[in-house]
Ligand binder design. Sequence first.
Ligand SMILES: C[S@@+](CC[C@H](N)C(=O)[O-])C[C@H]1O[C@@H](n2cnc3c(N)ncnc32)[C@H](O)[C@@H]1O
Length: 334
Amino acid sequence: MAQVCDILTMEDSQQDRCERDRCEKGDRCENRDRCEGDMCEKGDRCIEKGDMCENRDKCVKEDMYEVDMCEKEDRYEREDRSERDTYEVNWCEKDRCEKTDRCKESAGSVVRVCLQELYVSEFDPRAYFRTYYSTLDEEVKFFLRSSLHAFTSGRREVEAWMQGEDDALDWTLFFNYLASLTHDRSGIEVEERLRDAFRGVVPCDLALHNPLHPLQERFDVITSTLCLEFAAASPSQYSTYFSHLVNLLLPDGVLVMMGALGNTTYALDSWHHFPSVSLTEEYLRGVVTSQGLQVKSLITLDRQTKPSQKPADHTGVFFLLAHRDNSSSKNRQE
Ligand SMILES: C[S@@+](CC[C@H](N)C(=O)[O-])C[C@H]1O[C@@H](n2cnc3c(N)ncnc32)[C@H](O)[C@@H]1O
């Protein structure tokens, strides 16, 4: 594949897995990394391209599955006429992607997929949970400390948790941490209180002018965690999505947003990579104020986790508290 696009830099961001920054042909990876050369995971040597290694990973030599995502300005229009970017996804050159199966049809060709469709088809909240929330790391603590609010995962997973289903994701670690911050209730009480407060789980698509369409409701407080920068495909789209989010805020309402800084890509596992808009504090501040919000607080934390803990390339995280200032000219026009 001629084009090497951003998403592949995930390999670079997992440097600590390899003996070198990048595995050269013949190098042995210390851990589970995939080499660029002819070594497979766990140090197995591929005899032929496409050979299977012990743990079912295929040799990366000569292609395998390169899920190559290129940020293009291709757009298409949705029913509500709001625009959204698409990504060009060049699935594998051969139809050997056993885990995605998609390439059987589009082998060797470049298909354009909408980022939203990528989320619908490839984002597995359980894999995401395993990768990013199996431990209580300093970045998550920062979010919890800063907001004292819980946040969302896939809708079905939130519903399962609300209904106390046996196989619901276990957020005990995080509730216990919240409880330790306030000392006035136990982790279980924090969890129960949140469960009681939930009214429902509804679909939300930030590409829509009204992200909760067909619901017509606006809110005093909106929280959003690690969402917009991953839902948008470009800075301009981030700004558009932000304005859509602000449409849901009542006059005088408050937006509590937490997210990643400097992140260009993240992975759920070896197979599922997603792009991201790389944010800076300055850019974020500009977007917030351009939408008529007043920044009440914007605090950041430098990255606290290793790439092996979180296979993402963020440089830090932020917590934003912004107020919808009704006196601003932008908000008065509505
Ligand atoms: C990195 S995950 C973050 C999940 C969770 N909010 C958290 O705090 O860990 C990105 C989330 O953005 C959501 N997302 C992607 N595109 C979206 C869109 N167009 N509108 C709303 N949410 C979207 C995905 O469903 C996914 O849950």
